[in-house]
Design a protein around this ligand. Structure first.
Ligand code: HEM
Length: 154
C-alpha cells in the first residue's frame, strides 16, 4: 500500500512521464523530395519535353539535324518517349530508360559545341516556360551536362 504522503510525488512522476512522451510525438522526419518529385513527376516532365522538342524544331541552329526524325511520326514519338524516360530515370523517378547510350545515339553525327549549347538553350527555354525554379534547372543541367563528352565530336 502506498503511503498518502507519497501520492503527490507519484502524481508528479506520472505527469512528467506523459509530458516527456508527448514531446516525442509530432511528424516523423520525411526524406528530402527527389528532383523528379520537385519537377512535378512524369506528367510535368512530359510537358517540358514537348515544349523542348517544339523549341528544337523551331531552332534554325539545329533543326536540320532532326529533319528525318520530324518527318517520321514513329521516330518522333520514340525520341519523345526516350527523352521523358531518360529525364524521369535520371532525376530519381520510377521510369526505365530503354534507348541507346548517348555515345551510340550520337556517334557519326559530329555534333559541335555550338549545337550542343543551342539544344541546352532550347531546354532551358522550355523549363523557363513552365517556371521551373533555378535550383531544379541547375540540378537537371548538372545531370545532363556530363553526357556532353559522349555527344559532341563523336
Ligand atoms: C544533353 C544533350 C542531349 C541529350 C540528353 C540527348 C538525348 C538523346 C536521346 C535520348 C536520343 C534517343 C536515343 C535512341 O534513339 O535510343 C537522342 C537521339 C538523337 N539526338 Fe540527342 N541528345 C542530346 C544532344 C543532342 C544534340 C546537341 C543534337 C544535335 C544538335 C542531338 C541530335 C540527336 C539526333 C538527330 C538523334 C536521333 C533521333 C532519331 O532517332 O530520330 N542530340 N538524343
Amino acid at each position: 500500500m502506498i503511503k498518502h504522503t507519497r501520492i503527490p510525488a507519484l502524481l508528479l512522476f506520472v505527469a512528467l512521464f506523459f509530458a516527456a512522451c508527448k514531446d516525442q510525438d509530432g511528424p516523423l522526419p520525411q526524406p528530402d523530395p527527389t528532383l523528379y518529385e520537385r519537377l512535378g513527376g512524369v506528367d510535368a516532365i512530359a510537358l517540358v519535353v514537348d515544349k523542348f522538342l517544339a523549341n528544337v524544331v523551331a531552332d534554325d541552329a539545329i533543326n536540320a539535324r532532326f529533319a528525318a526524325t520530324v518527318a517520321d511520326p514513329f521516330r518522333t514519338q520514340l525520341l519523345r518517349n526516350n527523352l521523358i524516360d531518360q529525364i524521369c530515370a535520371g532525376t530519381g523517378g520510377p521510369c526505365q530508360y530503354k534507348g541507346k547510350t548517348m555515345l551510340e545515339a550520337h556517334t557519326g553525327m559530329n555534333i559541335t559545341d555550338a549545337e550542343f549549347n543551342a539544344l541546352v538553350g532550347d531546354l532551358v527555354a522550355a523549363l523557363d516556360f513552365y517556371n521551373v525554379p533555378q535550383q531544379e534547372q541547375d540540378e537537371l543541367l548538372a545531370i545532363l551536362g556530363p553526357m556532353k563528352s559522349d555527344i559532341v565530336g563523336q
